[in-house]
Write a protein that binds this ligand. Structure first.
Ligand SMILES: Nc1ncnc2c1ncn2[C@@H]1O[C@H](COP(=O)(O)OP(=O)(O)OP(=O)(O)O)[C@@H](O)[C@H]1O
Ligand SMILES: [Mg+2]
Length: 319
């Protein structure tokens, strides 16, 4: 059973004077395993924050259900094991960083000494030692994001929801937050990471789901998703006779030769397989086969086009 399970969740918001319905999520089902770093990707308005709000009990779905740690989302007993960094953390900006953490620690009934230890430990983890006495209104965006993460971890949660933790940060700020998240991953926490900043998801997450206009477009192991439609590969080999070389050259799109080693780039599964067979037939040895990885960005655009084409087809059919 997954640590987070979402079953057929649909959500519409009513907007404007006439209360017109706007679809935010359509029949979403997802399962996230224990200790997984799960990336939830999608462009603006895809429904990522809505999904998080439903999981946290802030928003009610129209239909469907969800469980966290095996309990229905309404169950308050799981709240102490969940941490949440909202998209736009609203902080009482007259408080200092330390006061903010003390404020949140108060919700979890920690003793004074536990609280002190935990706060010191978190300030260290998010590199804010020395800034804990400064009012939040004087914090930079990166510092606010880091204190936000410390706030989300105050109860040492098992499941952490991060809504766009890297948005608005410069490269150094992004790296700092990414390192914190990677450390949490190493500690075995389950991480649900919403983002439209693709390279960071690629760095952190094991599995990703792609959401567009409330519809789940793809969900897969990150490497598999990247490889799924990758039809290019580089093969390095040696020891093939002259005759064999000529034949392999015919199926290759790129060819490199260096000290009796050959590197060929092939396109299409058939060509890749036939090159491997030819290398074997002509007495050669394959040293490596490296599939060419697509960037997540490229993949994302492709998936988006796929959804558009599908919805255009559905519209044509009157669905
Ligand atoms: N409180 C609300 N009232 C009305 N519509 C809403 C509300 N919250 C979200 N929506 C709509 O629901 C859809 C999904 O929004 P949501 O905030 O979940 O997307 P998101 O994927 O988090 O986007 P972003 O990347 O911009 O944060 C959007 O069309 C949005 O306008
Ligand atoms: Mg959002």
């Amino acid at each position: 059973m997954g640590i987070i399970e979402i079953r057929n969740v649909t959500k519409t918001y009513r907007t404007g004077f006439w209360g017109k319905k706007r679809l935010a999520l359509k029949d979403l089902s997802l399962e996230i395993e224990d200790g997984e770093a799960f990336g939830f990707l999608g462009p603006n308005g895809a429904g990522k924050t809505t999904t998080l709000k439903i999981l946290l009990g802030i928003v009610q779905p129209d239909s469907g259900s969800a469980t966290i740690l095996g309990k229905p989302i309404k169950d308050v007993s799981t709240k102490s094991r969940i941490g949440f960094l909202p998209e736009q953390p609203y902080f009482y900006d007259y408080l200092t960083g330390k006061e903010l953490l003390e404020f949140y620690a108060g919700f979890f009934g920690l003793s004074r000494s536990e609280r002190r230890k935990r706060i010191a430990c978190l300030l260290e983890a998010v590199s804010l030692i020395g800034s804990e006495g400064i009012a939040l209104k004087k914090y930079s965006k990166g510092m606010l994001q880091r204190i936000g993460i410390a706030q989300a971890l105050i109860n040492d949660p098992d499941v952490i929801f991060l809504d766009e933790p890297l948005s608005g940060l410069d490269p150094l700020g992004r790296k700092e937050i990414r390192d914190i998240v990677l450390r949490l991953k190493d500690e075995g926490k389950t991480i649900f990471f919403c983002s439209h900043f693709l390279p960071d998801v690629e760095m952190i997450c094991d599995r990703v789901a792609i959401l567009n206009k409330g519809i789940l477009v793809a969900v897969n192991n990150l490497n598999e998703l990247l490889l799924e439609d990758s039809e290019m590969a580089d093969i390095i080999f040696k020891g093939v006779s002259e005759e064999g070389i000529e034949e392999i050259r015919r199926v290759a799109i790129k060819w490199l030769e260096h000290e009796n080693r050959f590197q060929v780039t092939l396109c299409g599964e058939e060509n890749i397989m036939s090159a491997i067979r030819l290398i074997d037939r002509y007495g050669g040895r394959v040293i490596s086969v490296v599939p060419q990885r697509r960037g997540l960005e490229e993949l994302f655009v492709k998936q988006m086009q796929g959804t558009k084409e599908r919805s255009d087809e559905m519209a044509c059919c009157g669905i």
